[in-house]
Ligand binder design. Structure first.
Ligand code: PLP
Length: 377
């Protein structure tokens, strides 16, 4: 099987699993307990927090471990907005993951105005529209670092400059970017960052939110006051350790892994466009994640290319694992101006640490037949 769905989830690395193992088998205390076993668990958690903070260039106390990217997004959008509501105005984009977009829209029920800024045909946020909406009274701006369906990188530096000029906190969902781009929060110019462990070689069901110390945050989960009162509940120490180790490793490997993936991805894109006349590349042609190649295939029946590819031993996705069961066209592709019928033919190949040139060659070999078999009429 050739697995090209690394953006949905990528296998945990051996190093992350080995780092987590002692916290599942020996150091099994509650990190909040004062005794020796608890202190040992807390030491592991502290080290994980420091590791994350080193990669992000932030203070360890600014890292809140969560159950994953979804919770980190919910905590950022709701927690920052309700803690300092000022103008009760949240601005986000039409291509956000539902963990951000739906959370922002839900704030309307709490009296917030929520503006959703559109994107151009490459999936890049409309900066003029954003600039026209953000004011000194805006509560929060949330713009993702990179899109999960088409891989487009957002112009965060420009978004950050705009937010800084108005003193508005900026959150970014970096779930897809983590491990591929620098997450240095000062260089990114952001106030809050969401990361998920299982997209970078950690475990599913774990992640964290970085929030700058100066930004107030209301908790979503109330209880024992863990994570400095920002996220109650006993932290899954083993998963936090795995996330931190995987993040550090991915960040170190980035220097050679990003060009490697980019070269493989470029071969894949060029090969697909050359071999399949109906193929259209979606997302930005250049400003995109190194491992992302996403297409629509005019004239094929919805999910059938995926099914045909799987028969040939190639596993990929329509663009977002969350929408995989739905017949609806992707909201991201629709926001980019792609018509609904074409959008329903979306196929996303996402490359990762285990992907080789042979994998790419095999996909290119079988794809014309898979698309041919899926072509309607
Ligand atoms: N944000 C983005 C951009 C994602 O791609 C995903 C997962 O696909 C999430 C958030 C949710 O992360 P998690 O699966 O850890 O809840």
């Amino acid at each position: 099987m050739i697995y090209l769905d690394h953006a949905a989830t990528t296998p945990p690395t051996r190093e992350a699993l080995e780092a987590a193992w002692p916290y599942l088998t020996q150091v099994t205390g509650n990190p909040a307990s004062a005794h020796e076993v608890g202190r040992a668990a807390k030491a592991g958690l502290d080290l994980a927090r420091e590791t994350v903070a080193e990669v992000l260039g932030c203070r360890p106390g600014e890292v809140v471990f969560t159950s994953g990217g979804t919770e980190a997004d919910n905590l950022a959008v709701t927690g920052i907005s309700t803690a300092t509501p000022r103008g009760r105005h949240v601005v986000t984009t039409a291509v956000e993951h539902p963990a951000v977009l739906e959370t922002a829209l839900a704030l309307r029920q709490r009296g917030f105005r929520v503006d959703v800024v559109g994107v151009d045909a490459t999936g890049t946020v409309d900066l003029d529209a954003l600039a026209a909406l953000v004011t000194d009274r805006t509560t929060l701006v949330s713009v993702m670092t990179a899109n999960n369906e088409v891989g487009t990188l957002q112009p965060l530096a420009e978004v950050s400059a705009l937010c800084r000029a108005h003193g508005v906190p900026l959150h970014t969902d970096a779930v897809q970017a983590a491990g591929h781009l620098s997450l240095d929060v000062d260089a990114l110019g952001v106030d809050a960052v969401s990361v998920s462990g299982h997209k970078l070689g950690g475990l599913r069901g774990a992640g964290f939110l970085h929030v700058r110390g100066a930004v107030a945050l209301d908790p979503l989960l109330h209880g024992g006051g863990q994570e400095r009162g920002r996220r109650s509940g006993t932290v899954d120490v083993a998963s936090a350790v795995a996330t931190a180790v995987a993040l550090r490793r991915a960040d170190e490997a980035r220097v050679h892994e990003a060009p490697r993936l980019r070269a493989l991805r470029d071969d894949l894109v060029a090969g697909v466009l050359a071999r399949v006349p109906s193929a259209v590349l979606t997302g930005h042609p250049v400003r995109r994640l190194p491992g992302h190649a996403s297409f629509c295939f005019a004239g094929v029946g919805g999910e059938t290319v995926l099914a045909e590819l799987e028969r040939f031993g190639v596993v990929c996705s329509s663009g977002s694992a969350c929408a995989a069961d739905s017949d609806d066209a992707s909201a991201v592709l629709l926001a980019m101006g792609i018509d609904a019928d074409l959008a329903r033919t979306a196929v996303r190949f996402t490359l990762g640490a285990t992907t080789t040139a042979d994998d790419v060659a095999e996909v290119l070999r079988v794809l014309p037949a898979a698309v041919g078999a899926a072509t309607v009429g």
